[in-house]
Design a protein around this ligand. Structure first.
Ligand SMILES: [Zn+2]
Length: 395
């Protein structure tokens, strides 16, 4: 147990508190409020003075593809000369190239690569990360990736939310046979081994159709798993409305959504996750975050870290783009990268600093906590805490 003092300002993220203190017991916030109002019972607890700095909830990256091997630099260079992402995918490159490199790598290599990436996210203030499989494709290789994701979560310090992603049909497979392998072998095994909390489907051109997506998501629900989808990135498929109908945690991407889809999200409470870096890298327009927010959608923002369309280590950069290009205010972007992102994982105890929540927070190297969002390309993260323990920089 410990009391944190010396907090110039704190965002819950919905409210701003001045001169705050936080009491932490067993990794959770047992009291928070103005330092002057600290109840007598906490006055004898050990204290840590944060030096008059601003405090924000630890950032939550609700959409990453962190476990893979190989590089797509060549594709990146050629796309920068005007070739399209979909053309690489259709020609057996793109995702398929990463699949070949990932299948060829050992479990230890994959673990080491992903661990190094996770550390970079942590240094940027991220305390919870969703990690998808999806570059294994066969039953054996997907299970291997999910084991790597589980080990990352066991190692800590970042909290890891594991998701099985049905990504693309592997070369040489019949569509129907592959979907059967997913619904009758992979999903049951994932559920039995508790290897993932959710199932995600890439529902788009080059991925799965809406009908196939429904079959996979319904199999996931039958096995007690939560559901998500890559929805409406290149084409409007109906995946957003399907997710809303089935009670999905989130529909992600949303570049090609229309107001009708936002209405479905707002009514169901399914979170709309936007991925601004992927849109910018692919030279596509961002989804209209401003109008989605105003339509009542719970909007979250994530990195979509992956070697093809979003080679980025900074969730903050994604949030800054959601402000600059998506029309969110800085205060809204903070909610989109913390409390709303945690809801996209079904974890309301994360991403907010309130009584009973997990004490995951970042300390900003300024009296003004929102100054973090002001400077581009120069991190103002002073330190990061998970469950009330400092995890960055290492002590
Ligand atoms: Zn993705």
């Amino acid at each position: 147990m410990k009391v944190f003092t010396g907090i110039s300002a704190l965002y819950t993220p919905f409210e701003r508190l001045e001169q705050a203190a936080i009491a932490v017991r067993d990794g959770r916030i047992s009291w928070m409020g103005p330092e002057g109002a600290l109840p007598a019972e906490y006055r004898s607890w050990p204290r840590e003075d944060l030096g008059g700095r601003g405090v924000l909830p630890g950032l939550v990256d609700a959409h990453t593809h962190l476990v893979y091997a190989g590089s797509r630099l060549e594709e990146y260079l050629r796309r920068a000369q005007g070739e399209s992402y979909e053309a690489f995918l259709e020609a057996g490159g793109g995702i398929h190239r990463t699949v070949r490199a990932t299948q060829a790598a050992s479990e230890e290599e994959l673990l080491n690569l992903a661990r190094a990436r996770l550390r970079k996210l942590l240094a940027g203030g991220v305390t919870t990360v969703e990690i998808k499989s999806g570059y294994g494709l066969t039953v054996e290789h997907e299970i291997r990736l999910l084991r790597v994701i589980r080990r990352l979560g066991e190692e800590g310090p970042c909290r890891v939310f594991p998701t099985f992603l049905a990504h693309v049909i592997p070369t040489g497979w019949e569509r129907e046979a592959y979907i059967q392998a997913i619904t009758e072998e992979l999903i049951p095994e994932v559920a039995r081994g508790r290897l993932a909390e959710a199932v995600d489907v890439f529902c788009d051109r080059g991925g799965f159709t809406l009908d196939e997506t429904r079959q996979i998501l319904e199999a996931a629900l039958r096995h007690g798993l939560r559901i998500k989808a890559h929805a409406e990135q290149f084409e409007r498929t109906g995946a957003t409305r399907l997710l809303s109908e089935l009670g999905g945690l989130s529909a992600d991407h949303l570049e090609a959504t229309i107001p009708e889809d936002w209405k479905a999200l707002a009514q169901s409470g399914t979170v709309g996750v936007i991925l601004p870096v992927a849109a910018v890298v692919l030279r596509k327009p961002l989804p209209d975050a401003r109008r989605m927010w105003d339509a009542g959608v719970k909007v979250a923002v994530a990195t979509d870290h992956n070697p093809g369309s979003s080679p980025v280590y900074s969730l903050l950069l994604a949030l800054q783009l959601a402000v600059a290009l998506g029309g969110l205010s800085v205060e809204e972007a903070l909610v989109a990268g913390t409390a709303n992102a945690a809801l996209a994982l079904g974890k309301p105890e994360l991403g907010r600093l309130i009584n009973g929540a997990m004490a995951d927070f970042l300390v900003v190297n300024s009296r003004e906590a929102l100054e973090l969002f002001y400077w581009w390309g120069d991190s103002m993260v002073h330190s990061v805490y998970v469950a009330g323990e400092r995890v960055y920089p290492h002590q």
